[in-house]
Design a binder for this molecule. Structure first.
Ligand code: ITT
Length: 191
């Protein structure tokens, strides 16, 4: 089975490819000649995931899925959440986003946080959602070079290292995206 993964984030593609059995093959946006920025104007992860998948299905006619992910920090009223990509501004870097989170948490005792991923799948026009979350805390400083986004400042519960200090496969076992992807795979294998 071939299915489009509607994302412009190559790190997400690498993580998800590692989690798929060989009978499910991912097509990237490039491979279907889609060079558009995907629209993400909703105010929920669910809304954005559906919007990205619908854009590809409507304009390119492929069955596809999209992932929208947010980091919810308890002591910051669940910020940045759905705005995780542009927390420090529209064209900001992951570094600037992390620095903003670290600064806003200075002096706060509650550093609990969770990553949440919603995957929206569109198969023959029908929409299905799969969700995964991973609880943990925001470290006081960055650690690790692997992964992407907020990984250097997120330590999952029960571990003494950040996502950025884990291999892709170690992260995939416990991560928000890993959990949501396994639900997606189970569905695809049954249908
Ligand atoms: P697409 O919309 O094209 O899929 P994106 O990078 O914009 O790519 P999101 O809106 O889902 O994807 O991502 C929101 C932000 O959260 C973005 O800054 C990511 O770097 C970050 N992020 C997503 N998944 C993450 C993960 O597993 N670990 C750390 N940060 C992550």
């Amino acid at each position: 089975m071939k299915i489009v993964f509607a994302t412009n984030n190559h790190n997400k593609i690498a993580e998800i490819k590692d989690l798929l059995p060989c009978e499910i093959q991912i097509l990237s946006l490039k491979e279907i000649n889609c060079n558009n920025e995907l629209p993400e104007t909703q105010n929920t992860l669910e809304g954005n995931a559906v919007q990205k998948a619908e854009f590809v299905f409507t304009n390119y006619g492929y069955n596809c899925f999209a992932d929208d992910t947010g980091l919810e920090i308890e002591g910051l009223n669940n910020e940045p959440g759905v705005y995780s990509a542009r927390y420090a501004g529209v064209h900001c870097s992951p570094e600037e986003n992390m620095q903003k989170a670290l600064q806003k948490l200075e002096g706060k005792n509650n550093r609990k946080a969770k990553f949440r991923t919603v995957i929206a799948l569109i198969m023959d026009g029908k929409i299905l959602l799969f969700e995964g979350e991973c609880k943990g805390e925001i470290t006081k400083e960055k650690a690790g070079e692997k992964g992407f986004g907020y990984d250097p400042i997120f330590r999952p519960s029960g571990f003494d290292k950040t996502f950025a200090q884990m291999s892709k496969s170690e992260k995939g076992v416990i991560s928000h995206r890993g959990i949501a992807t396994r639900k997606l795979v189970e569905f695809l294998q049954e249908s």
